[in-house]
Design a protein around this ligand. Structure first.
Ligand code: ADP
Ligand code: ADP
Length: 232
């Protein structure tokens, strides 16, 4: 369970400050797929980065399973960050390595041995539907497939939470469904809590349980997708 309590965050801007988040509170239920929707510049990435512990709120608290992350020292912060899988807007894959090698790289860093690595990479390739692409290089895949690889890589270390920042950005419309299906499978098959940010209400409608609507750094609506989106 993720709790964001009264979080505010601003950034310096031409000698002034620009507010990216204004007193934002959200609850994300464990095992749910939570959507943060809003126009460009509304604060979605900043909220995702605060939850991922990549950005520290100016005010307010992010709790992960009740743990107040504002009080963590550097070592604990690094430990907790490892339980958070992150897919950024520009997924960074290693061009020289295969798809399997990219998914394996976090496991190598964790010192997971060869046989265990192979088995884990195998089930992740299966989860994202790219088993047939294991030996290919990133340049041979489409943007939608690369997003799915990035999700598999983010899941490799077995995080409890997956954060996907605008996962269908730059993905062809006919491939977006497959990317979203992978997020849904991560939740359904691995029990991962998924937070997805998107400017696209259709993304939220297709896969999210609960949603928060951001505008100009503030939550303007919050509820289940059925409450907010399916009303004509
Ligand atoms: P979104 O993801 O909805 O597009 P962001 O969270 O990226 O929104 O940005 C919200 C606001 O905060 C914007 O005005 C943006 O310019 C500003 N902002 C975000 N990150 C930074 C940063 N690192 N430095 C300066 N301004 C930032
Ligand atoms: P690279 O050339 O990118 O280093 P490797 O072939 O060395 O790629 O594979 C990297 C990792 O991925 C190894 O841990 C290997 O066990 C695993 N791996 C490779 N191919 C597969 C596959 N088809 N299924 C599961 N794991 C694989």
């Amino acid at each position: 369970m993720i709790t964001v309590e009264n979080v505010s965050k601003s950034f310096p801007f031409h000698g002034n400050r620009v507010a990216a988040l204004r007193d934002v509170s959200v609850d994300v239920q464990a095992g749910s797929l939570f959507g943060v929707v809003g126009p460009s510049g509304s604060g979605k990435s900043t909220l995702a980065r605060c939850i991922a512990l990549q950005e520290r709120p100016d005010r307010g608290v992010v709790r992960l399973d009740g743990l107040n992350t504002a009080t963590l020292d550097g070592k604990r912060l690094r430990e907790i960050r490892r339980q958070l899988g992150v897919v950024g807007t520009k997924p960074e894959l290693i061009a020289e390595r295969t798809i399997a090698g990219n998914i394996a790289s976090p496991l190598e860093q964790l010192g997971v041995d060869g046989p265990q690595r192979r088995s884990r990479v195998g089930s992740l390739l299966d989860l994202v539907g790219l088993t047939a692409r294991a030996a290919q290089k990133p340049e041979e895949l489409t943007d939608g497939q690369l997003r799915r690889v990035a999700v598999a890589k983010a899941l490799a270390a077995g995080p409890a939470v997956l954060l996907a920042d605008d996962p269908t950005a730059g993905v062809a419309a006919e491939e977006a469904g497959a990317v979203l299906a992978v997020l849904d499978r991560a939740r359904a098959e691995l029990g991962v809590t998924v937070v997805v940010t998107t400017p696209d209400a259709d993304v939220v409608r297709r896969v999210c349980d609960d949603v928060a609507v951001l505008d100009n750094g503030a939550i303007v609506e919050r509820g289940t997708v059925l409450d907010l989106i399916s009303t004509p």
